[in-house]
Design a protein around this ligand. Structure first.
Ligand SMILES: Cc1ncc(COP(=O)(O)O)c(C=O)c1O
Length: 426
């Protein structure tokens, strides 16, 4: 191995690109072909009756989710973003309500709150797990709070027992954004099923995917029906379903198509194996990093399992003798997949910084929550200093790729002084 870092002109650890993450196979192609040949590309109609609830493939997907995650209802939609919006409305969250959520998440978590006409309030994260900190949630509760969104981030459930306790004590709804953690467990229960509603994603970069897609799960009959109304122009059928409770709400078009649901049905059959492979590689990586004191493997809550949507690490720049961003730059030059931080804390996005009173529609005279820099110091520090991510455990990468990753870490850290000197000279 060339010990000179690739950033300084040496030979990179990996030559060329890693294979792309393509989990689509003949079975998906056959399933889509079958649906296309049937001519039924969507089973939905926005009118009272059986077709209000979608076609065969959508219902098969919903049945799979119900059985797999041991939950009473599953509602297939065209994304997790729309699923989060449907879940919020279904849980009764609306204009003027406050919803507490973490700032370290994909923007959709916060956008869904705005789409529901409600007011996002950000609680800080735990600096070790990067998940929302229940103590910070509790401190942010006001008499306007209606719900908490727990994001099960990077593949690990948030502290769902504590969040459930807080939600129950304050009579709030708990919604799980489980886009990143299908098949993870908390206290022996499936992530996504501990909240009043849980939302899964099937978008293109998830562990299993159908390009786009989402599923809301719940054990509550009324939440399930309301989510179905939001999915399919519910206002049209409100007075035409005598067997259902009247629900004064406006729906949208969040319908999932049959070909996409057919892909999702095949992909769901791969979830267990794809997850097991990720976990095996992640455990190998954790073992490989065990002697490296400046790069800490994921901290896993004692009641949780991790499915490693991505593998999060904490970087200690003092112990490393180099800044995090230089380390990441040097690893990237070795052609190893690594990223500094995740999303910047969501409240720092322009939507909250630029005329936020215009974006947060339903203040009803209440003051705008504080969206200034510094409100969630752990989230800010993780993004700017501590957090490093890799997806080296993804399909179809193997044990040898993980070995190369560890070798890359050792190589770059071994050249820390040289890299720092060279960066200072530039
Ligand atoms: C945490 C989280 N929430 C929500 C979403 C939105 O999912 P979708 O793309 O299915 O709308 C994502 C997608 O990346 C996500 O990672």
């Amino acid at each position: 191995m060339d010990s000179r870092p690739a950033l300084l002109g040496g030979k990179p650890i990996i030559e060329g690109e890693l294979p792309p993450e393509n989990t689509i196979d003949d079975a998906e192609i056959a399933a889509v072909t079958r649906v296309l040949q049937s001519g039924e590309l969507s089973g939905f109609l926005a009118s009272a009756g059986d077709e209000f609830f979608g076609g065969k493939e959508v219902r098969k997907l919903e049945e799979d989710f119900r059985k797999r995650f041991d939950v009473k209802h599953a509602i297939g939609l065209n994304s997790a973003t729309t699923g989060l919006h449907a879940a919020l409305v279904a849980c009764g969250v609306g204009a003027g309500d406050q919803v507490i959520l973490p700032p370290t998440t994909m923007s959709a978590t916060a956008a869904s709150v705005l789409l529901a006409g409600a007011v996002p309030v950000f609680a800080d994260i735990d600096p070790l797990t990067f998940n929302i900190d229940p103590a910070s949630v509790e401190a942010r509760i006001t008499d306007r709070t209606a719900a908490i969104i727990a994001v099960n981030l990077f593949g690990q459930p948030a502290e769902l027992d504590e969040l459930r306790r807080i939600a129950d004590a304050h009579r709030l709804r708990l919604i799980e954004d489980n886009a990143q953690s299908p098949a993870a467990l908390f206290d022996g229960r499936w992530a996504g099923t501990i909240g009043d509603a849980g939302v899964f994603s099937l978008n293109r970069n998830k562990i299993v995917q159908s390009g786009q897609g989402g599923v809301v799960v719940t054990n509550d009959d009324n939440i399930a029906f309301r989510a179905q109304l939001v999915r399919n122009h519910g206002e049209v059928v409100l007075d035409q379903m005598p067997d259902k409770p009247y629900e004064p709400l406006v729906g949208s078009n969040y319908r999932l198509t049959e070909p996409i649901a057919a892909i999702a049905n095949i992909q769901m059959g791969r979830l267990e194996k794809l997850t097991a492979d990720r976990v095996a590689l992640a455990e190998q990586l954790t073992e490989g990093l065990s002697g490296i004191d400046c790069l800490h493997p994921p901290t896993i809550h004692p009641k949780a399992t991790h499915v490693y949507f991505v593998y999060p690490m904490r970087f200690d720049s003092e112990a490393a003798g180099m800044p995090r961003d230089l380390f990441v730059k040097a690893m990237t030059a070795e052609n190893l997949p690594i990223y500094a931080g995740y999303t910047r804390p969501i409240y720092l996005y322009p939507v909250f910084q630029h005329k936020p009173d215009k974006r947060v529609p339903a203040l009803f005279g209440q003051p705008l929550p504080d969206y200034s820099a510094g409100i969630c110091p752990n989230a800010e520090r993780a993004h700017s200093h501590d957090l490093v991510l890799t997806d080296i455990c993804r399909y179809p990468l193997r044990s040898e790729h993980v070995e190369l990753f560890v070798q890359g870490v050792e190589k770059v850290l071994g050249a820390a002084k040289e890299l720092v000197r060279s960066a200072a000279d530039r």
